[in-house]
Design a binder for this molecule. Structure first.
Ligand SMILES: Cc1cc2nc3c(=O)[nH]c(=O)nc-3n(C[C@H](O)[C@H](O)[C@H](O)COP(=O)(O)OP(=O)(O)OC[C@H]3O[C@@H](n4cnc5c(N)ncnc54)[C@H](O)[C@@H]3O)c2cc1C
Length: 346
């Protein structure tokens, strides 16, 4: 394990923003991870666990501690007699490589979560979701290193306390756990989930009974390519804000002004509203600041066009939060992990 100093966080994150990490290392095994933690502990440094940096925003002042990139690899497949398959992958595996491999083997489960950047270890952190599927539906167990006790544990789905873009790993009580491996349950039997509007439209004239997981995955990739920016061309971390979850009364009130506001029941009389729809109604789609803006085809996706700063992006995001609050009373919350950065909603 080699520790580097003053490494640019712009190079380590898809937003391409932030100052420098005072110390940085990449770990390829559990032993190296333990060494890295010992390095931080003996020097009294805070540490930050990083995957591919596709869901984080660091401040312009950088991170005054050790950034540890998880690069623990390894994939293992098992099949049971009922036709279910279990795939176990190291936290540093690329999520989309795993998706591509499973769908090309004819395994059902991950296809709707195609083309999401980042690592396997990060998917439980915010219970990654897209096109009507959340990763909690697929997870069998999560292996974690408890950094306080220096012990390995297996977390069940219940232990992970998953919610909408939420898990124990995002909360203060979960900060001591680092994900080292994840096991997923997949199926050899067809279980296409095509109810999400864009997917249903894509397959409108198709005999969906004969689809393969690869075909569904390809459809998701095509739809995403139309909507989302290419991370190799612009800086972004995908959806910057979560979709707001509000009581039914608030939702009903809003439909007086926005008749077609998309909403999904979210349990216990709550509704999850489309933040993208609201931002589009309020004129944010495609709106630009100097170096940052809302993406032309998906306003929830904040982008950095280059030469900008985290403070500029945060000022832009705060203007959006204020605008939505003024018009709807809803306070948007960030989906992206903002490190040492103050947003109005938090
Ligand atoms: C273009 C684009 C589209 C996206 N689309 C979606 C989408 O459809 N759905 C969705 O849910 N997300 C989406 N995202 C967000 C992002 O891709 C996911 O959240 C992804 O899982 C982040 O992976 P990462 O390895 O880059 O994590 P990072 O950004 O490096 O880290 C994210 C958080 O997870 C923590 N973390 C990372 N690895 C570990 C680990 N091994 N153990 C413990 N904590 C860890 C970090 O400390 C940090 O808090 C999108 C992002 C982009 C740029």
């Amino acid at each position: 394990m080699r520790v580097l100093t003053n490494v640019s966080l712009q190079e380590l994150t898809t937003f391409r923003l932030g100052g420098v990490a005072r110390f940085f290392c990449s770990v390829t095994s559990l032993e190296e991870l333990r060494d890295a933690l010992a390095y931080a502990r003996t020097r009294g440094l805070p540490f930050f666990i990083l995957g591919k940096g596709s869901n984080v925003l660091f401040s312009d002042d950088g991170f005054d501690g050790l950034v540890i990139r998880i690069n623990i690899r390894g994939r293992h497949y098992e099949e049971d007699s009922k036709g279910d398959a279990r795939v176990t992958a190291g936290a540093g595996e690329l999520w989309d490589d795993l998706v591509a491999e499973t769908v090309s083997q004819g395994l059902w489960g991950m296809e709707n979560l195609s083309a999401i950047p980042g690592t396997v270890g990060a998917v439980p952190v915010q219970n990654v979701g897209a096109y009507g599927v959340e990763v909690r539906d697929l997870i069998d167990w999560v292996e974690v290193l408890d950094t306080k006790e220096n012990t390995l544990h297996i977390f069940s789905v219940a232990d992970c306390e998953f919610g909408y873009r939420e898990s124990i790993f995002k909360r203060p009580e979960g900060q001591q756990y680092i994900v080292t491996r994840v096991a997923f349950r997949l199926s050899t039997y067809p279980i296409p989930k095509l109810s999400y509007r864009d997917l249903a439209a894509y397959f409108e004239n198709t005999d969906t009974g004969r689809l393969t997981p690869k075909e569904v995955s390809d459809a998701v990739r095509t739809i995403r390519n139309r909507k989302l920016p290419d991370v190799t061309e612009v800086g972004t971390a995908g959806s910057f804000f979560k979709n707001p979850v509000v009581p039914e009364q608030v939702y009903k009130e809003l439909t007086r002004w926005f008749e077609y506001l998309p909403a999904h029941p979210h349990g216990e009389g709550m509704y999850k509203l489309s933040a993208a729809y609201l931002l589009e109604q309020f004129g944010w789609k495609g709106r630009r600041g100097e170096h940052v803006g809302c993406w032309d085809t998906q306003p929830l996706c904040l982008v950095h066009y280059g030469d900008g700063s985290t403070s500029e992006l945060i000022a832009f995001a705060n203007t959006i939060i204020e605008d939505v609050k003024e018009r709807t009373t809803i306070i948007l919350e960030p989906e992206v992990r903002c490190i040492d950065v103050e947003l109005r909603s938090v």
